[in-house]
Design a protein around this ligand. Structure first.
Ligand code: ADP
Ligand code: MG
Length: 428
């Protein structure tokens, strides 16, 4: 099946009206992302090229009034969860070890993401001249709805983090600096939730520009928007399989890369530039050699795809994606049978320039760069091919690149019956 047009904004606002009996003051949309190329390069100081996609998480919220009973409470409901996340202010303190201990945090589930971001944003409100006047004692209440499947590698976690960060920034009158917000959300995910992930997701979610992919250099965290030609659609094929990033082989791959770098005498595999040393096979064991080869060639592939997009050479961009897929499967060994079957189905579908697995690996989604005119026939063929190979039903999302986390008008997403109290809806 093909996913319906996302309408998380409307659902978030409707849930707010139903839960709190008035229209929200603000509405924030926060996109998911897929990585076009550059997989597992982030923690190797390398390059990647994510794109924020129009599958979004939306948060409708209002700041609490000082006279409210719960003036110092942040309370968020999610349409996908029974219990709300609640954080009492002043914000909890975020330390490197991160209270309240890993087991308790794991149990906290999604509320851990909310607490962690509130803690990280709170630490920023308490520091720095640019945040003078920020007041992290004021609560807010909200409802969120999402068209992003959780745990599918589309970064629903970063979308959630940045939406919460934006709500805090608005309520606490903090300046909105997308890069800084991404860093704070990343700290929350690392130190509070306990997921040792890189900064890719948060940067893509917070700082992307509509119509562009985002080249990120993890050595210095510089970013460069790269125009994606209008003739191209990014197709996301959700294989319907899921993995748990915190417990997957991510940590193991990370350690293997670090070991390979140490044995080759460099700080990170990025320092090898575009090739392995001639004697790499003597200095590394076969596993380390494969891991290092993936990282080195993957950085080159990012550069190649950027150059190909800039000259609208989609055939070449697609061929490089396919090379990247093979490298992830054979050298980095993070593919899975469903991901491989979905890529095979994409390759032979009409209008496909190229495809690869995307995200951390083993399960989740693949992406394909396709010709916009072939969207329907592509979708049909991929779903048929994937089903024939695996017996599973996939879902195809057809996306163009969108901009990063932002406030959008409440008014046009209100349910029709809502009355005049909506006229107060505020926007930046
Ligand atoms: P990914 O970021 O690839 O989707 P993660 O495992 O990093 O996968 O993050 C998924 C987690 O994010 C979920 O388990 C949940 O805790 C949180 N999350 C994502 N979307 C929502 C949502 N709509 N409501 C509540 N929690 C969510
Ligand atoms: Mg995530």
């Amino acid at each position: 099946m093909t996913a319906e047009a996302p309408d998380a904004a409307r659902r978030a606002v409707a849930a707010f009206v139903e839960t709190f009996g008035a229209a929200p003051r603000y509405l924030v949309r926060s996109p998911g992302r897929v990585n076009l190329i550059g997989e597992h390069t982030d923690y190797n100081d390398g390059l990647c090229l994510p794109v924020a996609v129009g599958l979004e998480l939306c948060l409708a919220f209002s700041p609490a009034e000082p006279t409210d009973e719960a003036a110092a409470l942040i309370e968020v409901f999610s349409e996908d969860r029974d219990a709300p996340a609640r954080v009492h202010l002043p914000p909890p303190v975020l330390s490197a070890s991160g209270p309240p201990g890993r087991a308790a945090r794991a149990q906290a589930g999604w509320t851990g993401y909310v607490e962690g971001v509130v803690a990280a944003m709170g630490s920023a409100a308490g520091a720095g001249a640019s945040q003078a006047g920020a007041d992290a004692s004021r609560g807010w209440f909200g409802t969120l709805a999402s068209d992003l499947p959780a745990g599918a590698g589309l970064s629903s976690s970063a979308a959630l983090e940045l939406a919460v960060a934006r709500a805090c920034a608005v309520t606490w009158r903090q300046d909105w600096d997308p890069v800084e917000a991404a860093r704070l959300a990343h700290r929350a995910e690392n130190h509070w939730v306990g997921a040792a992930t890189g900064l890719l997701d948060q940067l893509a979610c917070a700082t992307s520009t509509a119509g562009h992919a985002l080249r990120i250099d993890f050595r210095d965290l510089t970013t460069l928007p790269v125009a994606v030609p209008d003739s191209v659609v990014v197709a996301i094929v959700d294989t319907g399989t899921r993995r748990d990033l915190v417990t997957s082989a991510y940590g193991q791959r990370r350690a293997e890369c670090e070991r390979a770098a140490a044995r080759l005498g460099v700080d990170s595999l990025r320092d090898l530039a575009d090739r392995l040393p001639a004697d790499a096979a003597d200095r590394l064991d076969p596993v380390e050699l494969r891991r290092a080869r993936h990282i080195v060639t993957e950085n080159t592939r990012v550069q190649e795809v950027v150059a190909a997009l800039l000259r609208s050479d989609l055939a070449h961009a697609g061929a490089v994606l396919l090379d990247g897929h093979r490298s992830l499967r054979d050298d980095f060994e993070v593919c899975g049978p469903e991901l491989d079957a979905a890529v095979a189905a994409c390759r032979t579908a009409p209008g496909c320039h190229g495809a690869r697995m995307t995200g951390g690996g083993f399960a989740g989604c693949v992406i394909a760069l396709i010709d916009a005119r072939s969207a329907d026939t592509f979708t049909e063929a991929v779903l048929r091919g994937y089903r024939a190979a695996t017996g599973r039903d996939g879902v195809v999302h057809l996306c163009r690149p969108v901009g990063g986390t932002s406030l959008i008008p409440v008014q046009e997403h209100l349910p029709r019956t809502t009355n005049d109290s909506t006229k107060e809806s505020g926007q930046e």
